[in-house]
Ligand binder design. Sequence first.
Ligand SMILES: C[S@@+](CC[C@H](N)C(=O)[O-])C[C@H]1O[C@@H](n2cnc3c(N)ncnc32)[C@H](O)[C@@H]1O
Length: 212
Amino acid sequence: MSSSVDNPFFARVWMYLSRHETDAIQRLRRENLAGLTGRVLEVGAGTGTNFAFYPPTVTEVVAVEPEQRLAAMAHQAAAEAPVPVTVSGDAVEDFALSLGGAPFDAVVCSMVLCSVEDPNSVVRQLHSLLRPGGELRYLEHVASGGLRAGLQKAADATLWPRLLGNCHTHRHTEQIISGAGFAVSGARREWTMPAWVPLPVAEFAIGRAVKS
Ligand SMILES: C[S@@+](CC[C@H](N)C(=O)[O-])C[C@H]1O[C@@H](n2cnc3c(N)ncnc32)[C@H](O)[C@@H]1O
């Protein structure tokens, strides 16, 4: 079954946000891609913000971005990237099916596992697309504890996913990654804005997860 992503409102919002990122987010993007080598699959590339940060040791990036307005921006970013990048308009679910499991050296997810319909299934697919020893690099906002967890659950039950491209703020993404058979290493949490800011997407997880 083919999945389609059509989010005109979110696409406009994301085009604006990705042009106005904080230094903190850009630093995390750089860290998430540091040291990568070989062929990389990037899931849900958005406007292609990551492309500028790939190190020269990456020989090829295959990026999927199914929202056509964002994919058009990603194509432009690919043309200026320091490494070869091709952009496909597939949803990741379809890409995994059509590719039939060709091995990548790494898969990159940033701020995308919140938006896919079934993150457990997608992370298992990503695992199957990696070579043994290949890495999943992730930079994802994740479920918080305490009062913010309540805020996140309320956001997820109301307008947040509908307005923002199916983004869910209270996902236990690190557990999902471990549950798919990855060995997580070098992971940590980081706040990208002061903890008092009442936004449900302030706490990020950044990490590396290896396919054994
Ligand atoms: C919040 S944006 C993040 C974009 C980019 N990863 C970044 O770091 O700037 C989430 C992206 O995931 C994409 N997306 C949503 N569902 C997807 C799916 N099933 N397969 C691939 N990408 C998807 C959206 O179109 C959007 O571009």
